[in-house]
Design a protein around this ligand. Sequence first.
Ligand code: HEM
Length: 412
Amino acid sequence: MTENVADKSVEQLKQERHRDYEVYPQGTMQEVFDDLADRREKCPITFSEKGGFWLATSYDDISSILRRNNRGFVSFPNIPDGKVAFGQKAQIPIELDGPIHTQYRKLLDPLLSPARIAAIEDDIRAVANDLIDGFIETGQCDVVPQFAFPFPGINFLTLMGWPLEDAEKMNEWVEIFLKGVPGGTEEETLQARIRASQESRAYIQAIVDDRRANPRDDITTTIVQTEFDGEPISDSDLSDLFVLMLMAGLDTVQSVIAQSMAYLAEHQDRWEQMFASPDSLEPAIEELLRWTSPAMPTRNVAEETATVGDMTLPRGERVFCPLNAANRDPKYFEDPDEVKFDRVDPKPHVTFSLGAHRCVGVHLARTELKVAFQELHRRIPHFRLVEGEKPRELMALTWSVDNVKIAFDPAG
Ligand code: HEM
């Protein structure tokens, strides 16, 4: 865009760049990607009057905004329509900004370091194999409920040192938080969420009380014993933090595995390519992360003004930054809709975000994906979609697929 926008008011820009965007789109993922590509080409930052947010679509604009968290932008509220979830309270730590957020990152980063995650890799592998044991004899697997969903949930319990036998309970709560009551009324979903929230908080409170009384050598104890400026983290904040960590780690890993398995079921040559040599797997996972890219952050202008692309926007304007739009920018990724494991020296994807809020679970996520694909490949070298079954695309504040039903002949 070559026009000079410096003298235009924000209201004028909103009118000129008005193009609504559905955060919960109908249609197919490819239709949304085509729409995002069209915007990127014609006017990379548009204004959606519906929901009242700007939508960035280019890799450069999205990266630049995310990198400027605390320098012109803040994360709260991290939702495009600005409606704050869970009362008026910011989610910890994803919607905290400034020094309090830095304190949480100083606490969490070392607890999820590569060394900490390497120490539980064998446990993660055992979880993958237990889950595969559960369906291997049947020659079929409904990927989301039988593997992609429970796998990161149980790994989270392992990481935190919580009882593994509570996995089912935990998965039920998360399922209600994320999906509500499928087929139920709004009221039924609301009631189920309130119940799940009360139960999970009571469960977490018991763990917190236990660690206060009987400290152990685990991550949970470290977090429970942490003080910020001489004050312990309150029970309510601990509960918020643990629930956020669980949801952030579960939904995303599940989505990447589910979308990847749906794709690989129909592209078995790629499944083989992933294991062609010991060096093939890591770049293949990065490409799948780029291509699946489930998360969609929002940032808010927090200073008098901030530059967004070619515009200067005032305080309070929200910019929605779908990471899958950045990751499909043809400026950096040729044939962006294609999965290509042989991209030469690819630009780093932004699937884990950038800047202050870049995913704290990145090492755990990469290890989970590596182990999941290795064990699935070892035990299920070939698979296909069950005849007549088609994955269902789910597009909300994160993107995923379900109904990924595969059939296979187990390894001999
Ligand atoms: C493939 C898997 C994953 C993806 C794609 C992913 C993606 C992301 C993204 C995009 C953000 C930042 C959002 C923003 O900028 O507003 C984020 C933050 C976060 N993620 Fe992940 N994540 C993954 C796995 C995990 C795991 C396994 C954990 C484990 C607990 C985790 C915990 C968190 C937490 C606590 C934050 C908040 C960080 C902060 O606000 O400073 N994530 N993740």
